[in-house]
Design a protein around this ligand. Structure first.
Ligand code: GAP
Length: 437
């Protein structure tokens, strides 16, 4: 049975991310800047861990994918050829009563602000951010902030094939910022105007495209499961023909059960030869592949798993948030996978007394080369455990007065709250074994 989303979950998670330093409203001291967010000390760790986990699965653990980091600022020629200048639009309507603007496909003929149904006809609004490169603001200086990282991988296709001696099937992976002038950014970091993407363009012989599409859809689905999103909160949804992007001939979304219902987490598309053909035609450069073994020349087809790093971070937070009871008290706990948790270990001297500090710092120094560690001496040990539970730290290491005698510390598990005594010289191994490594 499908779980019922908790309507208060979103507020709880947004509040937790704010008070614990994951995400702040951008330009808050100036009253905020709508839909822009700053990632605080814990958010930057969590987001980095999400991106590292993606990179490990899609680049490090494979021998058929290489990385790229292309420019964000890009000339109109790229977006003319890719079709974005013409097609990357959302339908927009104005409310004649209160003058608000809305995405026509997200409202049902009624202004969500004032309830009026006196709306204009929908017109196409291009989502790309336009700017000028250099000191002269004329047509010749127009540049765009990329709305997807994908195009850099198409325009560098021949460079990568040549320099890396690659042969389809192979992929190019990229993580980076993208920008879309969303008409109605909403739901915290779910839809923002500036966000981060993790995209893979996987180039394949045309006859193999369907097989690779299915392969990547399964791979990507499993990635979220492996990092702790329950199966009840994930599903695949295939696009109807009328919702396909202009470049896609088949797309399936991996959807997550957000507190407001099912929504896109990642899209896996079969972009066919659309992009390479378009850039070859517009640039005059050949972007086909010559297979010397078979003597065949062809334009590879592209399977694209396209994920949002910031959106995935939000899904991981929502899936990890729980309230349970410990010692008759309700506690909030983020049951994040250890690979995603901002800190894997917190080192907590039992008291502020000076005698404990050298040993506590020694323990910290032993763990830091292996794990991201927090070090916290303030407040009672019980409150410090709660704080670590709330930010998702899987293991707390407590240094107490006995540690000075027996050279052992207490390791506490976030999920079970169980505590065991471990010799300091076996501590790093003990924690490593708990990670399954
Ligand atoms: N290159 C294909 C592409 O960009 P997309 O479905 O438009 O496809 C891929 O975007 C992913 O990027 C989405 O599934 C989502 O996770 C993320 N994304 C897209 N727009 C976003 C936005 N405005 N804010 C946050 N994440 C966004």
């Amino acid at each position: 049975m499908e779980p019922t989303p908790d309507p208060q979950l979103m507020d709880k998670v947004v509040n937790l991310t704010k008070v614990r330093g994951f995400v702040f409203a951008s330009a808050e001291i100036y009253g905020g800047f709508r839909s822009a967010y700053d990632y605080g000390p814990l958010g930057v760790l969590l987001l980095r861990n999400v991106k590292d986990a993606w990179w490990r699965a899609n680049v490090q653990y494979r021998d058929d994918v290489v990385g790229l980091d292309a420019a964000i600022l890009s000339p109109p020629a790229i977006w003319q050829a890719s079709g974005h200048l013409t097609n990357f639009t959302d339908p927009m309507v104005d409310c004649r009563n209160c003058k608000e603007r809305w995405r026509a496909d997200k409202i049902e003929g009624v202004c969500p602000n004032c309830g009026s149904s006196d709306l204009t006809e929908a017109r196409a609004f291009n989502l790309m951010f336009k700017t000028h490169a250099g000191p002269i603001e004329d047509e010749g200086a127009v540049a765009y902030l990329r709305p997807e990282t994908a195009q850099g991988m198409f325009t560098n296709f021949a460079n990568v094939v040549r320099t890396m001696r690659r042969k389809p099937p192979f992929g190019i992976a990229q993580i980076g910022k993208s920008f879309r002038n969303e008409i109605t950014p909403q739901n915290f970091i779910f839809r923002t105007r500036e966000f981060e993407q993790m995209e893979l363009e996987f180039f394949v012989p045309p006859a193999d495209a369907q097989r690779w599409f299915e392969y990547w859809l399964d791979q990507r689905f499993s990635w979220y499961l492996d990092l702790g999103i329950p199966e009840t909160h994930l599903r695949k949804r295939f696009h109807e023909a009328d919702e396909l992007s202009h470049y896609s001939n088949q797309t399936a979304d991996i959807e997550f059960l957000y507190p407001w219902g099912w929504g896109e987490l990642e899209g896996v598309a079969n972009r066919s030869d659309f992009d390479l053909l378009a850039h070859a035609a517009a640039s005059g450069e050949s972007l086909d592949y010559f297979d010397q073994a078979s003597g065949e020349r062809y334009v590879p087809h592209v399977i694209e798993p396209a994920a949002g790093a910031t959106r995935a971070m939000m899904a991981f937070l929502l899936a990890a948030y729980q309230e349970d009871e410990v010692g008759g008290e309700t506690r909030t706990v983020l049951r994040l996978d250890w690979r995603l948790a901002p800190y894997q270990v917190a080192v907590l001297p039992l008291s502020k007394k000076d005698e404990l500090e050298p040993t506590a710092r020694e323990v910290l120094g032993l763990l830091q080369p292996h794990f991201m560690c927090d070090y916290d001496v303030t407040q009672s040990i019980g409150r410090r455990y709660r704080r670590q539970d709330e930010i998702g730290t899987p293991w707390c290491v407590t240094v107490d007065f006995d540690s000075l005698e027996d050279r052992a510390v207490t390791v506490r598990d976030r999920d079970t709250t169980e505590q065991v005594r471990v010799p300091i010289d076996r501590l790093a191994d003990e924690i490593r074994s708990r990670t399954g490594r």
